[in-house]
Design a binder for this molecule. Structure first.
Ligand code: SI3
Length: 292
């Protein structure tokens, strides 16, 4: 199996006003990620891909198109988690046949499911293919919390190679690292990359790496080498960017940054609102000031 460590962009997807995928724009976003952001891989159909607003055909269209454009140039992880377990299985098979390096699935959300139900969900997806699985843990959006012992149960399956951990619980992260030294952890909060790197994660997956990849690679490298003060200098810069992006609207503003750089990053899928054009000058200033 490929070494899946490293920094991944949670791929942004350009949409037109009707909510259809703009394939030529997507090609440009992918090329920017590979050639300019210098990421190690792409996390496809995650939160940043507005996945939970898409129908099955669109999810498949994106998996297929991304693989065609990327080939084997960078690593590819397919997020297939869905409240419709049949859809999750269908997508898992589809992405595996396309050659995705690993699957990932968000914890099932909305309905308060028992841990046994969550286990069954993962087992069903995992058993459908021979691909590996990365748990996608993002409790602030899903409302689903998993204890260390419950993680241990999910990780018993050898095909579960690790977790994409989007939580700021650094105590649990430390306990996880100590207890499962052979499993992989990708940090999910770009604004806490230094802290995650010091805690021993193997990589990171995030939305802002689409536009701030090289600086983030440097943060990760410096923190891993123990050059914490230097890493923090760059994290401060990254967090200036992230703070502004969150203020103006996360995915809309990341797309707007790409547009300022000449990339047709489209708009967000409704009901997400579009970028407010009155704020364009603020984005242009951000790109200039932080050399994005
Ligand atoms: O596509 C994805 O699944 C993600 O990008 C998850 C990732 O953890 C991002 N979280 C969300 C909700 O978008 C972060 O990269 C996040 O955008 C960033 O840290 C800014 O808060």
């Amino acid at each position: 199996m490929k070494d899946l460590k490293g920094l991944y962009s949670a791929l942004l997807i350009p949409f037109d006003e009707n909510g259809e995928v703009k394939e030529e724009g997507l090609r440009q976003v992918i090329e920017h990620n590979i050639n300019v952001s210098k990421i190690d891989g792409l996390y496809v159909n995650g939160s940043s891909g507005e996945n939970f607003l898409l129908n099955t055909a669109q999810k498949k269209q994106i998996f297929k198109f991304v693989k065609e454009v990327v080939g084997d140039r960078v690593k590819l992880i397919a997020q297939v988690g869905s409240l419709d377990l049949n859809e999750a299985v269908e997508l898992a098979k589809y992405a595996t046949e396309l050659g995705y390096d690993s699957l990932s699935a968000v914890t099932p959300f909305y309905y308060p499911l028992s841990f046994n139900e969550i286990k069954h969900y993962y087992k069903t997806i995992i058993d459908a293919t021979d691909n590996s699985m990365i748990l996608y843990y993002i409790p602030f959006l899903t409302g689903v919390k998993i204890s260390l012992d419950q993680f241990a149960e999910l990780l018993e399956d050898e095909k579960v190679i690790g977790v994409k951990y989007t939580a700021a619980d650094f105590y649990q992260l430390e306990r996880f690292r100590k207890r499962f030294p052979n499993k992989l952890i990708w940090s999910g909060f770009d604004e806490m990359l230094v802290q995650a790197a010091i805690t021993g994660v193997d990589g990171a997956i995030g939305s802002t790496y689409n536009v701030n990849g090289q600086r983030s690679q440097e943060i990760f490298r410096l923190a891993k080498e123990g050059k914490v003060a230097e890493a923090y200098e760059l994290q401060h810069e990254a967090n200036d960017v992230i703070e502004k992006v969150l203020e103006l609207g996360l995915y809309q503003t990341l797309k707007e940054i790409l547009k300022v750089k000449g990339i047709d990053a489209g708009t967000c899928k409704k009901p997400m609102k579009s970028f407010d054009p009155a704020k364009l000058a603020e984005v242009e200033k951000l790109v200039k000031d932080y050399n994005l």
